[in-house]
Design a protein around this ligand. Structure first.
Ligand code: F6P
Length: 359
């Protein structure tokens, strides 16, 4: 008799911890006598004709602590379906038909989709079309509703915090203003947590519109106070009170978020004659090995995902709440984005220790 088959794929932007999910799922599947089949390059692997990889214990040994994803991932393709009400899109019926055929041909008992808001939206649509799907939330941005934390986030915060540690010593030596640009398109979790942990003086996040005058005033105030340097962390999606987010044209011609650090540097230099330097962390925040916290979270998520398939709880995703791994409807994850509450405990604590949000 053919063993029970379960599929897994990783979709959207990669993040540290994906391989830990794959490892955990592979071990739990093997314990049940199931075959875990890994589809390559996200949802594309369901229709590409490339046979999925059997993810045995041997195949997944030694990858748990590594960054990226052994299955590959894409954030565009045939399944285009952006997340949330902002950007809803629908998978073409022809693609749904081809995906269904793959499920039937392989006799899949379930498919584990590891992804962010756009990918979980796609997963939800496949589930609504009758396919047995469970979700695992991932994103360094930590902006998914229905889970208090996603793996990848802690690794990104570690990256921002340790970059600030390094930038601090050089900024202090030269008595400079340093602007560190962090990821975070719509939510400022990475900049907030990384900035507080790394001792930033000013943190700019999308949820709190800033005022250039206030930033300049804070730099001048710190100068008068004799501060050796001023460290600013700006989320790429932060925007001024009277304006839009900053974008620049990428090498491929599309307009992408980014450039806030240069704008701030120009503005501060023009108004204070201070020496300002910038550092854009970019994909360093997504690469590299996951932190221990992310490995643990990803392992718990992988374990629970296999249990959800065994229990037939399709249309559900794993979630982290109150220090426990629980379940949540996929629909809850994609309905809106989880943003930083400007009156939350951490924002208030940051203000209490003198950090400015430029407001
Ligand atoms: O969703 C995570 C994220 O890292 C964003 O913060 C960032 O803007 C984006 O992905 C960049 O993704 P990519 O370069 O892969 O298109």
């Amino acid at each position: 008799m053919q063993p029970t088959r379960v599929g897994i794929l990783t979709s959207g932007g990669d993040c540290p911890g994906l391989n830990a999910v794959i490892t955990a799922a592979s071990r739990c599947a093997e314990k049940r006598g199931w075959d875990l089949l890994g589809f390559c390059d996200g949802f594309e692997g369901l229709i590409s004709g490339t046979p999925p990889r059997l993810l045995s214990r041997k195949e997944t040994s030694g990858i748990m602590h590594t960054g990226g994803t052994i299955l590959g991932t894409v954030n565009r393709g045939h399944f285009i379906s952006r997340g949330g009400p902002r950007n809803a899109g629908f998978i073409p019926p022809e693609i749904i038909g081809r995906t269904r055929r793959t499920f039937e041909e392989l006799n899949l008992r379930g498919l584990i989709v590891v992804g962010g808001d756009g990918s979980l939206n796609t997963a939800l649509q496949l589930h609504q079309a009758g396919m047995p799907i469970v979700g695992v939330p991932k994103t360094i941005d930590n902006d998914l509703e229905a889970t208090a934390m996603t793996f990848g986030f802690d690794s990104a915060v570690e990256c921002v915090g340790s970059a600030l540690d390094r930038l601090h010593t050089t900024a202090t030596s030269h008595k400079r203003v340093m602007v560190l640009e962090a990821m975070g398109r719509h939510a400022g979790w990475i900049a907030l947590h990384g900035g507080v942990a790394g001792g930033a003086d000013i943190i700019l996040i999308p949820e709190i519109p800033f005022d250039f005058d206030k930033i300049v005033a804070e730099v001048v105030r710190r100068d008068k106070e004799g501060a050796a340097c001023t460290m600013i962390v700006a989320a790429e999606g932060a925007a001024p009170l009277s304006g839009r987010q900053f974008r620049h044209r990428s090498a491929s011609g599309d307009k992408r978020l980014g450039g806030i650090s240069d704008v701030l540097a120009r503005e501060i230099t023009a108004r204070t004659s201070r020496d300002v330097r910038t550092c854009v962390l970019g994909h360093l925040q997504r690469g590299g090995a996951p932190t221990m916290t992310d490995r643990i979270l990803a392992t718990c998520f992988g374990v629970r995902a296999v249990e959800l398939v065994a229990e037939g709880k399709f249309g559900t995703m794993v979630s982290h709440k109150d220090h426990r791994t629980v379940d949540a409807p996929l629909a809850d994850a994609v309905q809106r984005m989880r943003k930083v509450d400007p009156s939350s405990h951490l924002v208030l604590a940051a203000r209490a220790v003198g950090i400015s949000f430029g407001d």
